[in-house]
Design a protein around this ligand. Structure first.
Ligand code: TYM
Length: 331
């Protein structure tokens, strides 16, 4: 049986990008693998959240996990900060991670550009913490979206480097996983290529958005005046609307609008109305379950306590073996 690990940062409610890029596959994989899914609360500290915001966001991601169908009896669901073994492994990996390679990571360069007043060491070593999360359970598969591909490459580098340094065949090489398909990148509503929490108001549809909010966001999505020639290539913003429709709507709905586009008779207003209704129908079951879960703190507490125990059992064994390999032997 394969071991599967993945996590999501608690930076607010989850959006359709998180769902299609990651969560949907967590749910598919939980039945047939040894799965660990966590909330990456250590990672979110790079942006210095207040204690109240941090706790609130952790709770909403936990609710989103459960509402989307993760089952704590099948997968181990836990908080990253409940597993100090991860922090210890992160320390070990940092001793063998180099400034040049960390500075070259695209996500680091992007953050350094977007938050020049807060280029902290946690941002620089983000990939070593992520590698620690993954290899602490000796994972084989990591379900993530396209934007995490480079981090997975780094994880393999760090795992291999450890094996080579200590002349052991200890950590497997984990791969970014999407059932043999290309990794997913859900675009934003503002014409940008990625739906994201930090990409600005109106870019993302959140799983807990009310129908009126979804309608408003989709009707405002960037489009243009339409194609002028048959079978014209689609500009990015139009490509985005079609990609969202592919994720959310029935195949014949998509085919109908593709045909209209290719025949230059598409009306984007109609397409967006249809997309909004399909997005509302798609998210409706999540919203209902989220409301129920938000009122059940006892259940949420039971879930994280159970996850913590199971995660400790796995991580504890790894860290004992890693300490032994490194040479921290008891007298
Ligand atoms: P985060 O919190 O930014 O995103 C969580 C997951 O959602 C995916 N995702 C997307 N997929 C497709 N299209 C999009 N527009 C989109 N936006 C987000 C991400 O690819 C990711 O899978 N570093 C990670 C969290 C993390 C982690 C780990 C993941 C920490 N440790 C260990 C896997 C294994 C992150 O910031 O994800």
């Amino acid at each position: 049986m394969d071991t599967v690990v993945s996590g999501i940062r608690p930076t607010g409610n989850l959006h359709l990008g998180n769902y299609f890029g990651a969560l949907k596959n967590f749910i598919k994989m939980q039945n047939e693998n040894n799965c660990y899914f966590f909330i990456a609360d250590y990672h979110s500290l790079t942006t210095h959240p207040t204690p109240a915001d941090l706790h609130g966001n952790v709770k909403s991601v936990l609710i989103d996990y459960l509402a989307a169908g993760l089952d704590p009896e099948k997968a181990t669901l836990y908080l990253q900060s409940d597993l100090p073994e991860t922090a210890e492994l992160y320390l070990f990996l940092n001793m063998n991670a180099y400034l040049g390679e960390l500075e070259r990571v695209t996500s680091f360069k992007d953050k350094a550009r977007s938050q020049p007043d807060n280029i902290n060491a946690g941002l620089l070593t983000y990939p070593t913490l992520m590698a620690a999360d993954i290899i602490i359970h000796k994972a084989h598969k990591v379900p993530v979206g396209k934007d995490q591909e480079q981090h997975l490459e780094m994880t393999r580098t760090f795992a291999n480097r450890f094996n080579r340094l200590y002349k052991v065949d200890y950590f497997p090489e984990p791969v970014a996983y999407n059932f043999g398909e290309q990794l997913i990148k859900i675009p934003g509503l503002d014409g940008s290529t990625k739906m994201g929490k930090s990409e600005g108001e109106g870019n993302a549809i959140f799983l807990n958005d009310e129908p009126a909010v979804i309608r408003k966001k989709i009707m405002k999505a960037v489009t243009d005046s339409g194609p002028t020639e048959p079978n014209q290539p689609k500009p990015q913003a139009i490509e985005n609307i079609f990609a969202l429709m592919k994720a959310l709507s029935a195949p014949d709905t998509l085919a109908h609008f593709e045909e209209a586009y290719n025949e230059c008779r598409i009306r984007y207003g109609d397409m967006k109305k249809q997309l909004a209704e399909d997005a509302i129908a798609f998210t409706e079951p999540f919203r209902e379950k989220m409301r129920e879960l938000a009122a059940d703190d006892n259940y949420l507490r039971r879930v994280v306590n159970m996850g913590k125990e199971k995660a400790h059992a796995s991580a504890g064994q790894t860290i004992r073996e890693v300490r032994e390999i490194i040479g921290f032997k008891s007298f």
